[in-house]
Structure formats: structure tokens, C-alpha cells
Design a protein around this ligand. Structure first.
Ligand code: ZN
Length: 127
């Protein structure tokens, strides 16, 4: 019958024990739920919803944030309440580019950034 190539497997692999929520994670799924105006992101430890308005206001591209000073140029209050994601495009394996309904499409959201936003949203405790 079939030979097991693992030869009994006596030595267990060391498992990573780091539980730092900020460690680099890759989402297993990202989907825009237009009905609820949220971006649903599935991480290995759970799912998070990021409202479009919130996400748009956190855009960190050169048009929204001064690259040199880190000062935010975009006033989140000017983001329309009915902002929506028109298109999402994976950039390599580290980020997603979002095209917004207001025509803005230069913002990249890296996994790290999304993770950070999810964590800050979680701490706020509201959705
Ligand atoms: Zn931007």
C-alpha cells in the first residue's frame, strides 16, 4: 500500500508564537460590500469591516498626505458620505489599489496599512 513519505514525523515543526496583531498579515479575502458601504477584509484571525468613508479618509497617497511632512492634505470631512469603491486592483502581493467613485485612484492600501486601520477601528469599538 502507499508509503508515508513523512517517516512517522517525530520532530514537530516549531510554531511561530508571535501574537502581535501588527505583525505582517496577508488578508485571505477582500471584498467590497456596496450595500453596507464597507470593505470586508478576512484575516487569519477574523473578519473586519472598514467603512468606505473611513478608508477613503485614510488614503495616504501623495495627493492626500504631504510626503515630506506627513501632514494630511485631504480633509476627511470633504469625503462624500456615499463614496463607493468602483474598482479594486491587486498590486503585487502586498497591496490593493482602490478606485473611488469620486475619481480618486492613486491610493494604495498595503496589507500592513489595512491591518493597522482594522486594529484602530477595533479599538474605537464602533462600526
Ligand atoms: Zn489619496
Amino acid at each position: 500500500m502507499g508509503q508515508n513519505p513523512n517517516r512517522g514525523g517525530s520532530s514537530p515543526q516549531p510554531q511561530p508564537t508571535t501574537k502581535d496583531p501588527r505583525m505582517l498579515q496577508v488578508p485571505s479575502d477582500i471584498k467590497a460590500i456596496r450595500d453596507q458601504a464597507v470593505l470586508n477584509i478576512a484575516w487569519s484571525d477574523g473578519q473586519f469591516d472598514l467603512p468606505f468613508v473611513f478608508l477613503r479618509g485614510k488614503c495616504a497617497c501623495a495627493q492626500c498626505v504631504n510626503e515630506w511632512t506627513g501632514e494630511q492634505i485631504l480633509d476627511p470631512a470633504t469625503v462624500p458620505d456615499d463614496i463607493a469603491i468602483e474598482k479594486m486592483e491587486l498590486v503585487g502581493s502586498y497591496a490593493v489599489r482602490v478606485r473611488w467613485s469620486d475619481g480618486h485612484n492613486s491610493g494604495l492600501y498595503t496589507w500592513e496599512r489595512l491591518r493597522e486601520l482594522c486594529m484602530s477601528k477595533k479599538q474605537e469599538g464602533d462600526r
